[in-house]
Design a protein around this ligand. Structure first.
Ligand code: SF4
Length: 472
C-alpha cells in the first residue's frame, strides 16, 4: 500500500539494455515503470563503445531527466537505476549508477539489494588504502573488482562477487560490455528479455512490456551474464545456490502486471486473498482493499467468500510522496492526506479491510478509524502477510525490530491497538501455498526471514540495515 507512510520501503530498481541505438531513451521508459521501487533518485549511464556518459539526480525519473539530457546520452548500451533512501538525506553521490573512471577502462554499477558484509569489507579495503566516495554499500564491489589480482574483467568480477554476502542484483557496465549478476540466494527479482537483437534486463518484467521487449527468462541465483558484441555468455560465480526469493515482492512490492519466476503478481495476490478467506472467514457486507497493492488480494477474498468487493477506500493520486517524515504525527497526517473512505460504500456496513502487511501499526489504526468515522459498523482486518516481527537485512526498509508491532504484541493485542473488530494474518504455510510454490525446495524457494527470523544468509554483527545506510 502506501510505502512511504507505512515504513516498508523497497530499496531500488535496475534496468539495462545492450545493442540498441536508443539505449538511454528505452532505459528512461524502463525506469519509469520501476518508479514504484524507488522515488528519491534516478540515473542512467550510457556507452557508445568509447566512453561512458552519465546523468543522475534526486527525485522522480521525470524530475531528473529532461528531453535534452536523454538526447545527450548517446550510445548502444545503458544501465539505469531508481533509488529509495531514508535517514541522512539523499546525497547525490549515492544516487546510482555509480561511475568509476580509470585510465584503462571505466566501470558503472547499479545495484538492487543490500550487502550484509559491506562494513566488514569496507574496513578491510580501507586498511588496504581504498578511499570511498560514497556511503553506499554498492561501492564495495567496484573496489573489489579493481583490486582483484585476476587478469580479465570477467574473472575479476567473478572473484569480487564471491566475497559479497547478502542480496544483490547487479548491473555492471564498461565501455564494451554489460554484466548481470544475481546473488546465490536470488533474493531480489531480475529478468532477462529481448528487444529485437538487443538484450534487456530489469528488476521487474513490467519494464519489458513498457519498452516492447519479450521476456526470455529469470536470471538465476549465482549466475553472471556477460553481454557484448559477441552476444550473451552465461557464466556462474557460485555453485552453492539456494533460491530464497523475497516473499514481500509477491505480497507488496512488485507491480501486479509483473511476473516473478513465471508467477503473475496479481494472480499470486488474488490467491493469497482466497487463502486468507479459507484461514479466517468472517460474515460481512463488503470487502475492500487498501489501495493499491491490496486490491488484488481483496478481490480474491471477495471471490472466495461471496461477499461483494467494493472500493471502500480511495487513494489521492495527486498528493506527492511524503518522503522522509521524522515524526509519528507527520506520518499519521500523511495517511489522512493520501486515503479517503467512501462513505456511501461503508456506511452502516460490516467491512472486511484487506491489507498486505502491518509494520508499525500506525497506518492500520488510522484506516480503521477512518472507516468507522465514515459509518462502518464493524471493521475486520485481514493481512495477507504473516506478522513481520524481524528486520530485513536484504534491501527492504522494514524499520528496526523495536518498531515492528508484531515483535512486541500478540495478534489479539495488535487487534486492540489498531481498533479492529477482528484481525487475522495469513499463515506462513498459507503464504507459500497462495504464491503457488511447490515443496521441492526449503521454504519453497522463498525468503521468509522477516516473519520467521530464519535468514537465508549469515548476518554480521555490524550488518547495516537499509534505513541506517546513509549514516555509516
Ligand atoms: S526478510 Fe522479508 S522483506 Fe527481507 S528479503 Fe526476506 S522476505 Fe523480503
Amino acid at each position: 500500500m502506501l510505502a512511504d507512510i507505512k515504513g516498508l520501503n523497497e530499496e531500488c530498481g535496475v534496468f539495462g539494455i545492450w545493442g540498441h541505438p536508443d539505449a538511454a531513451q528505452l532505459t528512461y521508459y524502463g525506469l519509469h515503470s520501476l518508479q514504484h521501487r524507488g522515488q528519491e533518485g534516478a540515473g542512467i549511464v550510457v556507452t557508445d563503445g568509447e566512453r561512458l556518459r552519465t546523468h543522475k539526480g534526486s527525485g522522480l525519473v521525470n524530475d531528473v531527466f529532461s528531453k535534452g539530457e536523454i538526447e545527450g546520452l548517446i550510445g548502444h548500451g545503458a544501465i539505469g537505476h531508481v533509488r529509495y533512501s531514508t535517514a541522512g538525506g539523499n546525497e547525490l553521490a549515492n544516487v546510482q549508477p555509480l561511475l568509476f573512471r580509470s585510465q584503462t577502462s571505466s566501470l558503472a554499477l547499479a545495484h538492487n539489494g543490500n550487502l550484509v558484509n559491506a562494513n566488514a569489507l569496507k574496513h578491510q579495503l580501507e586498511s588496504q588504502g581504498s578511499i570511498f566516495q560514497t556511503t553506499s554499500d554498492t561501492e564495495v564491489l567496484a573496489h573489489l573488482i579493481k583490486r582483484s589480482g585476476y587478469f580479465t574483467l570477467t574473472e575479476k568480477v567473478k572473484n569480487a562477487l564471491t566475497m559479497l554476502k547478502g542480496a544483490y542484483a547487479f548491473l555492471v557496465m564498461t565501455e564494451n560490455e554489460m554484466m548481470v549478476a544475481l546473488d546465490p540466494n536470488g533474493l531480489r527479482p531480475l529478468s532477462l528479455g529481448m528487444l529485437g537483437d538487443a538484450y534487456v534486463v530489469a528488476s521487474e518484467t513490467c519494464a519489458f512490456d513498457v519498452v516492447g521487449a519479450t521476456y526470455v527468462r529469470d536470471v538465476q541465483p549465482g549466475e553472471l551474464l556477460i553481454i557484448n558484441e559477441d552476444g550473451l555468455t552465461v557464466d556462474t560465480f557460485s555453485t552453492s545456490v539456494q533460491r530464497s526469493m523475497c516473499s514481500m515482492e509477491y505480497i507488496y512490492f512488485s507491480r501486479p502486471d509483473s511476473n516473478i519466476e513465471g508467477i503473475n503478481v496479481h494472480a499470486a495476490r488474488k490467491s493469497l486473498g482466497k487463502k486468507m478467506y479459507e484461514e479466517a472467514p468472517i460474515e460481512a457486507d463488503v470487502v475492500t482493499g487498501v489501495p493499491d497493492s491490496s486490491i488484488s488480494a481483496a478481490i480474491g477474498y471477495a471471490e472466495a467468500s461471496g461477499i461483494p468487493y467494493e472500493i471502500g477506500l480511495i487513494k489521492n493520486r495527486y498528493v506527492g510522496r511524503t518522503f522522509i517524515q521524522p515524526s509519528q504525527e507527520l506520518r499519521e497526517l500523511g495517511v489522512k492526506m493520501k486515503l479517503s473512505p467512501v462513505r456511501a460504500i461503508v456506511e452502516g456496513k460490516r467491512v472486511v479491510m484487506v491489507d498486505d502487511s502491518i509494520v508499525r501499526g500506525t497506518t492500520s489504526r488510522r484506516i480503521v478509524k477512518m472507516l468507522r468515522a465514515a459509518g462502518a459498523t464493524e471493521v475486520h482486518v485481514r493481512i495477507t502477510a504473516p506478522p513481520i516481527a524481524h528486520p530485513c537485512y536484504y534491501g527492504i526498509d522494514t524499520s528496526e525490530r523495536a518498531e515492528l508491532i508484531a515483535s512486541k504484541y500478540s495478534v489479539d493485542e495488535i487487534r486492540d491497538i489498531i481498533g479492529a473488530d477482528s484481525l487475522a494474518f495469513i499463515s506462513v504455510e498459507g503464504l507459500m501455498e497462495g504464491i503457488g510454490r511447490s515443496n521441492a525446495e526449503p521454504n519453497c524457494g522463498q525468503c521468509l526471514a522477516c516473519f520467521t527470523g530464519r535468514y537465508p544468509t549469515e548476518i554480521y554483527p555490524d550488518t547495516v540495515l537499509p534505513y541506517e545506510k546513509e549514516l555509516v
